[in-house]
Ligand binder design. Structure first.
Ligand SMILES: [Zn+2]
Length: 345
């Protein structure tokens, strides 16, 4: 299944550029789609893939009639390869790889080898690498030759939200297409159009900072509802009366986040997802406080808000360096009591 270019939301510049390159026969073999998560990179890559593989395109549109278009819509086109780091589970039966990096064990059998073979339908091949920034250096280096001398009619699209994590040698062999964050008001209106009630659409578009995909996921996963409570608790802390059980609350919020992600991918690691959930709520709290800084006038309140942002950043860095979750939360809560605030002054 794919969404036609004309129905893709908010990425006119990127699409115009791609279609111009395509129609003038100057589409590079290697493309990098760079931009925030959830703004349409994968959707555009699929639309591009369908067009590229179509046997009988009508100008800039796939015909929707040929064998390729029909198989594409059925969702199992043998020449359209989507590569994710989760594929490691099929290539490493020992289960030792955690799938945090996108390794050569995945890139070789899923991309490098099939790229060198004849296409199944005899009409080109498309490879889309999701979260390309997670390719470790050996995987990126292994890909260089394929990018340098691709077989005829091969299109490789790397999707990333961290362009800087790709090696300069990869970047120089690809054309980068930039995907901008969407306008918050546009995302809000689109959510509203999809039946989300106004206040929720407003909060979701603001918290997801111009990403429709992220906003939809967070609405589905309950992140927006949890975030509203989180923001209320940040206000309470700044008013000098911290909530009774912030660690317990954060633990419940992060557990719920992990549950929702496990529904999508039951083989993922619960511990890793819980940490991810906690980092997400720390980030959302810090984002909220940073926005709030803009309208604060009292020096005391300014100082308190900055301190709270620092404490959240500290907790996040402990989590990322694998400190025990319970300990991180206890520390955070302890640093937020009025007594601790007096001492640190
Ligand atoms: Zn077609």
């Amino acid at each position: 299944m794919s969404v036609p270019f004309s129905q893709i939301f908010g990425q006119k510049n990127a699409i115009d550029w791609l279609l111009r390159a395509y129609s003038t026969g100057r589409l590079p073999h290697g493309l990098i789609f760079a931009g925030p998560t959830g703004v349409g990179k994968a959707t555009v890559a699929a639309a591009m893939g369908k067009l590229f593989l179509c046997h009988d395109p009508e100008g800039n549109k796939p015909c929707n009639k040929c064998e390729s278009c029909q198989i594409f819509e059925a969702g199992n086109h043998p020449d359209f390869h989507v590569i994710t780091r989760e594929l490691i589970r099929y290539h490493d039966k020992t289960g030792k790889s955690k799938g945090i990096d996108l390794s050569i064990q995945v890139i070789r059998p899923e991309l490098i080898e099939p790229a060198a073979r004849k296409p199944n339908l005899n009409h080109g091949k498309v490879f889309v690498v999701e979260q390309a920034e997670t390719m470790n250096p050996p995987a990126q280096n292994a890909l260089l030759k394929t990018l340098e001398e691709p077989a005829a009619l091969t299109l490789i699209i790397l999707l990333t939200d961290q362009l800087g994590a790709l090696l300069p040698t990869i970047r120089s062999r690809c054309q980068t297409v930039t995907f901008a964050a969407l306008d918050v008001a546009l995302v809000r209106d689109e959510l509203h159009k999809r039946g989300i009630e106004s206040a929720l659409a407003e909060d979701a578009s603001r918290l997801a900072r111009g990403s429709l995909g992220v906003a939809l996921n967070w609405l589905h996963d309950g992140v927006i509802t949890w975030s509203r409570e989180l923001i209320a608790q940040m206000d309470q802390i700044l008013a000098g009366s911290p909530p009774d059980d912030l660690p317990g609350w954060l633990k419940r919020a992060a557990d719920d986040y992990a549950d929702k992600q496990l529904e999508r991918d039951e083989l993922a690691s619960r511990d890793q997802l819980t940490r991810e959930g906690m980092v997400l709520y720390f980030t959302l709290a810090a984002d909220y406080l940073r926005d709030r800084l803009k309208s604060i006038e009292s020096p005391d309140e300014l100082e308190n808000t900055c301190r709270l942002i620092d404490q959240l950043a500290q907790a996040e860095s402990y989590l990322e360096s694998n400190v025990n979750v319970a300990l991180v939360l206890q520390n955070l809560a302890a640093s937020m009591t009025p007594e601790a605030r007096e001492i640190s002054k």
